[in-house]
Write a protein that binds this ligand. Structure first.
Ligand code: SAM
Length: 182
């Protein structure tokens, strides 16, 4: 199934000493919910590798690119025809903005960690709030993607997994395909 618009995540403000777990979950949540890859605007190969490792074992083409220069990357993404959605509690209401965003071809969803630089609000095509209340980049991203794809992302299948989870009423059932990665 091809979800439209194609979405990517840009993680800014990542601090290796304290954000590794949350940034990893930003990547894994966005992968599970239909995004195609994550760009990390920090040099943290460990986080990037751990997301890639899960993506490889559970299938699909999700990628994580380390050490992206966020301002020049955003400018290039826009010059190539993409639109930039910055998730912020100060933005327009998700439910008001989402109909226009769904019409775009490809979107870059930007989430922060520490205080987001003021420039980000100007660079964004859409500043969007998932409720105008403070919470988390993981919950904001998950709800944004679910509204963007209207639940269709839950029907996604992931190609060539090493491990596949079989939905089970009680307990855990998995199928192991092929050889595990080294
Ligand atoms: N205090 C920071 C600031 O003022 O920029 C934000 C910190 S918050 C823990 C980290 C990220 O979560 C934000 O940069 C934003 O991407 C996301 N976030 C938090 N609440 C949000 C909301 N209500 N709507 C959309 N995104 C939100």
């Amino acid at each position: 199934m091809n979800l439209k618009p194609v979405s990517y995540v840009l993680r800014i403000g990542h601090r290796p000493e304290r954000d590794q777990r949350v940034t990893t979950h930003v990547g894994l949540s966005s992968r599970a919910l239909g995004a195609s890859g994550m760009y990390l605007a920090a040099d943290d190969q460990k986080v990037s590798d751990s997301i890639c490792d899960v993506a490889q074992r559970f299938g699909g083409d999700y990628f994580c690119e380390n050490n992206v220069k966020w301002k020049s990357f955003i400018r290039k993404f826009k010059a190539d025809g993409g639109k930039v959605v910055h998730l912020t509690m100060y933005g327009l209401r998700l439910q008001d903005a989402i109909p226009d965003i769904r019409k775009e071809e490809k979107v870059l969803v930007v989430v922060g960690a520490e205080k987001v630089p003021g420039e980000m609000y100007e660079l964004a095509d859409y500043n969007v709030a998932v409720a105008n209340q403070p919470h988390s980049e993981i919950s904001a991203l998950a709800l944004f993607l679910d509204h963007l794809y209207e639940g269709r992302e839950l029907e996604l299948s992931f190609d060539n997994p090493d491990i596949e989870v079989i939905p089970t009423k009680v307990g855990k059932t998995t199928i192991k395909h092929g050889q595990p990665h080294e």
